[in-house]
Design a protein around this ligand. Structure first.
Ligand code: NAD
Ligand code: TYD
Length: 361
């Protein structure tokens, strides 16, 4: 286990997808915790990327934002050398299952070809640098690669066989296999993390929790897919950032770590709880009780029934456990959306309305 107890090595970290939801929370976490490190954010600013997510950080010393695509090999080759990168935290991805059903192409390109481009560029650079042992490529992935669980099945472990069911999860599974292969074939220090559903500040409105918060504030129907009995394990994004920090500092190259929130909830129960909290916290709701807005809609094709994470390995080997329960995490998240209308209102653009029509009409 790589310990950094006495004197922590300063890092030069490349964070891909750092203008997205989890990436931007991670950038903020890293800036606050390790102000002397050099942080280079690479993001293509797709519909899901938003410079406002990290606007307050950009004037810091040791911080650089680069707008660019992870598929752009010459750019990656140049950036690694120009910035003497020793750590890559790879978040950049197409991340929404419903969009992957409407159009998988971008998922194949970014999640598979883009991840390959980064891995292979880093391999050449790492060899050129003399295969320094504490360089690291952290590949951030999802529990969705393991497929769907029945009610009584044991939670996903790191050894659970991959069985992805959506174009999104299949593309993430593919990139996980590449990251694994780069360790086994070339010895390149690579770690994979597979985490459950995140929620918290800066979450793009298309995902379940922000979509429901915003629709409640606007008095719009709350579309629950199918019978609402699907189960997800909810992980507060701040907990996820701490877990990734722990993995970067103490994780073992070649290993995979599952990261979960210990918060399995049925969708309908989560939405109902969110409605009740909104009734309590949000002034002047257009429809109250907000539960009256719940509307069951046609199910998502291939909708995975249940995800659950067994996070024993990261707990016993690295000492990490999640701190947030769903109610406390939802309260913080709701407060953030209530206080940051200026952030989310512009995101309800024509592109978003067109997407919404396609999925929900
Ligand atoms: P997000 O969609 O909010 O952000 C993705 C970011 O990547 C955006 O800023 C986007 O502009 C950028 N990006 C997309 N394509 C790019 C490209 N070709 N080149 C450079 N940048 C590009 O996603 P998120 O929810 O923050 O997820 C981050 C990572 O975590 C993803 O790899 C995702 O698969 C994984 N993950 C997310 C969740 C979750 O609940 N959100 C759960 C498990 C795993
Ligand atoms: P989502 O936030 O899209 O994450 P994922 O599909 O990656 O788990 O969805 C979380 C759960 O909520 C999932 O079971 C699908 C369901 N869902 C709805 O019922 N209605 C919605 O409008 C959305 C976006 C999701």
């Amino acid at each position: 286990m790589r310990q950094e107890i006495e004197q922590r090595k300063q890092r030069r970290i490349l964070i891909t997808g750092g203008a997205g939801f989890i990436g931007s929370n991670f950038v903020r976490h890293w800036c606050e915790k390790y102000p002397s490190d050099s942080i280079i954010v690479l993001d293509a600013l797709t519909y899901a990327g938003n410079l406002n997510n990290i606007a307050d950080l950009q004037d810091r010393d040791n911080f650089r934002f680069v707008k660019g695509d992870i598929c752009d090999r010459p750019l990656i080759d140049r950036l690694l050398r120009e910035e003497n990168i020793d750590t890559i935290a790879h978040f950049a991805a197409e991340s929404h299952v419903d969009r992957s059903i409407l159009g998988p192409d971008a998922f194949i390109k970014t999640n598979i070809v883009g991840s390959f481009t980064l891995l292979d560029s880093f391999r050449h650079y790492w060899i050129e640098q003399g295969k320094i042992h504490d360089y690291l490529f952290l590949h951030v992935s999802t529990d969705e690669v393991y497929g769907s669980l029945g009610q009584e099945d044991p939670a996903f472990r790191e050894t659970t066989a991959y069985a992805p069911n959506s174009p999104y999860s299949a593309s993430k599974a593919s990139s996980d296999h590449l990251a694994r292969a780069y360790y086994h074939t070339y010895g390149m220090p690579t770690i994979i993390t597979n985490c459950s559903n995140n929620y918290g500040p800066y979450h793009f409105p298309e995902k379940l929790i922000p979509l429901m918060c915003i629709n409640i504030l606007l008095g719009k129907p709350l579309p629950v897919y199918g019978d609402g009995q699907n189960i997800r394990d909810w992980l507060y994004v701040g907990d996820h950032c701490h877990a990734l920090d722990t993995v970067i500092h103490q994780g073992k190259p070649g290993e995979t770590y599952n990261i979960g929130g210990n918060n399995e909830v049925k969708n309908i129960d989560l939405v109902t709880q969110l409605c009740d909290l909104m009734d309590e916290l949000a002034p002047n709701l257009p429809v109250k009780p907000a539960r009256d807005l719940i509307a069951f809609v046609k199910d998502r094709p291939g909708h995975d029934r249940r995800y659950a994470i067994d996070a024993t390995k990261i707990k016993t080997e690295l000492g990490w456990t999640p701190q947030e329960n769903v109610e406390a995490g939802l309260r913080k998240t709701i407060a953030w959306y209530l206080n940051n209308r200026d952030w989310w209102q512009p995101l309800l653009s024509k592109e978003y309305q067109d997407y919404y029509q396609q999925v929900y009409s």
